[in-house]
Write a protein that binds this ligand. Structure first.
Ligand SMILES: Nc1ncnc2c1ncn2[C@@H]1O[C@H](COP(=O)(O)OP(=O)(O)OP(=O)(O)O)[C@@H](O)[C@H]1O
Ligand SMILES: O=P(O)(O)OC[C@H]1O[C@H](OP(=O)(O)OP(=O)(O)O)[C@H](O)[C@@H]1O
Length: 213
């Protein structure tokens, strides 16, 4: 059996056409069933539904042979034990610094003052500010990051931006987009060796579907 880990929502939906191009159809709808193991039209391939942030962990430890995860999630995880053969070019967005409209980010950065940044993406944020030589106090959050500058918890946030609607709705300004994000196919390195005959054609078919788009 080949097991693929996907998260519900945009990753599942945007991966479906790539699987279809490889001849794989998921026969259950994750929005209609409470099942976490979904069958496909191929008896030897199943899909498991996990949290987006858990996909690398499942694949790293062999709970799944392969999966789809955002670059953001992979950078936070570290990518240990994972082979990353394909950028699937789905779930595209960017990682940005955002702040209140009245916060002078450029001046704060130039003056070399310490800034307080709230984020779910502490590894990515730490690396970004280290590259800029900016002193930063990071505050780890698990969601609703937009609230942090509005309540005085932080000067700025590091978060994903796509249309910019979430920032706009909360009167925040994108002050520094710094990384393009898309989702990658990740494969367990041991599984790639042991199940190579089945995994390689699957990876190649998905790769061909990405190239066609
Ligand atoms: N607004 C967006 N537009 C496009 N892609 C996005 C957007 N937000 C997140 N993504 C990408 O999609 C991936 C999955 O996001 P999704 O919102 O489905 O899960 P999540 O809620 O972040 O994860 P979890 O359930 O673990 O908290 C993210 O890791 C990111 O790479
Ligand atoms: O720039 P935007 O298009 O507003 O997207 C950005 C938002 O999307 C993500 O959240 P989440 O996955 O909760 O948002 P969504 O599913 O509502 O897009 C992210 O954490 C931002 O809050």
């Amino acid at each position: 059996m080949i097991t693929m880990a996907l998260s519900k929502g945009r990753i599942f939906e945007e991966t479906l056409p790539l699987l279809a191009a490889a001849g794989i159809e998921v026969t259950d709808d994750p929005e209609k069933t409470r099942k976490l193991i979904l069958a496909t039209n191929q008896p030897g391939i199943q899909v498991v539904l996990v949290r987006a942030t858990d996909v690398p962990t499942y694949v790293q430890h062999g709970g799944a042979d392969l999966g789809v995860a955002g670059k953001d999630v992979l950078l936070e995880h570290g990518g240990e034990g994972l082979y990353q053969p394909l950028d699937l070019k789905i779930a595209r967005c960017r990682m940005s610094v955002a702040a209140r409209e009245d916060f002078d980010y450029a001046a704060a950065v130039k003056q070399g003052s310490r800034i307080r940044v709230a984020t779910k993406y502490t590894q990515i944020a730490r690396q970004h500010f280290a590259d800029k030589g900016v002193h930063v106090d990071l505050i780890k959050l698990y969601g609703s990051m937009e609230l942090a500058p509005l309540t005085g918890l932080a000067d700025a946030i590091v978060d994903l931006v796509s249309t910019g609607k979430t920032l706009l709705a909360n009167r925040l300004r994108e002050v520094e987009p710094f990384m393009d994000i898309s989702s990658r196919l990740v494969v367990n390195q041991a599984a790639l060796k042991l199940k190579r005959d089945r995994l390689r054609p699957l990876i190649d078919a998905i790769g061909a579907a990405v190239a066609k788009d």
